[in-house]
Design a protein around this ligand. Structure first.
Ligand code: ZN
Ligand code: ZN
Length: 382
């Protein structure tokens, strides 16, 4: 089969690989019809994530058709159209029993923090991902779900991470009616978090970024008030000024490890790898939220420490909430919102690129060219 293969930082190829096999009775093999590149894939592409091995295939956002199932699979059959959460999880451990699917204890021998993620380095379990024609799906009875008949593949693929994560970010903010919510980062997750904040009763939604085309999307897709941090000496002071000098009730960090906005932070994190991520957006969130407010973190950070303003968070009495999104927990409510027309996930898709040209897709997305917000990958057989 054809598959995206990592050859080192900034080196992505499409190569011939063996079609994955059933390795365990509860596996399925899925023929991919749509995959997406995630902002967090760029951390892998840039060589930020420890133990990203040459020869592996990325891709934790994909949908497809079940090709084959192992003998113990009960809920799926060949021919089913399925959406697969980015989390791989067993469904029965202490953590899964509590809905903490992203922290499953049985799927990743390399870490006690994060569970497992498709195509996201050996730090996250070493599973190959779905930027390929076929992918092996473990615990096929647990995560994968038949796509509702009325939902198209492109909306479904956005539910496997980006939309679920954005919605989760707003949820972690514990938004109450009338709250002022500020979202740092106008990538797909930030756009969805802003949109979700309205659905949860926010009275005002503000989005911060430095890319004008993304702020434009935040205005049209998420109906948010937007500010470009490059145009303000100090974005936190500006945010204080426009919120009665109190600060926002809720701040959401949807930027994560490679946030721009501080040269020192970017160099120590992205270039020198002295930090697990540049916490500039997180520090802005801590500064921009009012005393007693809530900071929600859904941007991705690596396993190492980051220079976070913890003392300020403590002295302001903030609530900090964070996790990798337990995707499937968000689906019932999101299915409802989509079906009722409150959300059209694929409105943020800007590029549809054949798998054979996936290196172009990574380049365009990474360099923020051509107005790229969300690139989808179309395998040959789709
Ligand atoms: Zn993702
Ligand atoms: Zn588990």
């Amino acid at each position: 089969m054809r598959a995206m293969v990592y050859r080192g930082p900034y080196k992505i190829r499409v190569e011939e690989k063996d079609v994955p096999r059933i390795e365990h009775p509860n596996d399925a093999v899925v023929r991919v019809t749509r995959a997406a590149i995630c902002g967090s894939d760029l951390h892998l592409y840039h060589g930020m994530m420890p133990d990203t091995r040459v020869g592996t295939t990325f891709g934790h956002e994909f949908v497809g058709v079940v090709e084959e199932v192992g003998p113990s699979v009960r809920t799926l059959s060949p021919g089913d159209r399925v959406m697969v959460p980015f989390n791989i999880y067993c469904g029965s451990c202490w953590f899964c029993a509590r809905g903490l699917y992203s922290n499953c204890h049985n799927v990743n021998p390399n870490a006690t923090a994060v569970g497992a993620i498709y195509g996201y380095s050996h730090t996250c379990g070493g599973y190959d991902g779905g930027q390929a024609e076929f992918v092996r799906v473990p615990f096929a009875d647990v995560g994968p779900t038949v796509v509702p008949e009325w939902m198209d593949d492109e909306d479904a693929v956005l539910l496997t991470d980006a939309l679920a994560t954005g919605y989760f970010g707003a949820q972690l903010g514990d938004i109450v009616e009338g709250d002022v919510v500020v979202v740092f980062g106008a990538g797909p997750v930030g756009l969805y978090a802003a949109k979700s904040a309205w659905l949860m009763g926010a009275g005002r939604v503000i989005v911060i970024d430095h890319l004008e085309y993304r702020l434009e999307k935040a205005r049209t897709f998420a109906h948010a008030e937007t500010y470009n941090f490059v145009e303000h000496d100090d974005i936190v002071v500006h945010l204080k000024r426009i919120t009665d000098h109190l600060g926002a009730d809720v701040a959401i960090d949807a930027a994560g490890a490679e946030a721009d906005g501080s040269f020192m932070q970017h160099v120590t994190a992205a270039k020198l790898k002295l930090q697990g991520g540049s916490p500039i957006a997180l520090n802005w969130a801590i500064d921009a939220v009012r005393k007693g407010g809530t900071v929600s973190v859904i941007g991705a950070y690596g396993p190492m420490f980051s220079a976070v303003k913890f003392g300020d968070a403590l002295n302001k009495g903030l609530t900090l909430r964070m996790n990798q999104c337990p995707v499937k927990r968000q689906w019932p409510r999101l299915f409802e919102h989509i079906r009722n027309g409150y959300l059209k996930p694929s409105d943020i898709v800007t590029h549809r690129i054949p798998l054979e040209h996936i290196n172009e897709a990574y380049h365009i997305f990474s360099a923020k060219l051509d107005g790229c917000i969300k690139p989808l990958i179309v395998p040959n057989a789709a």
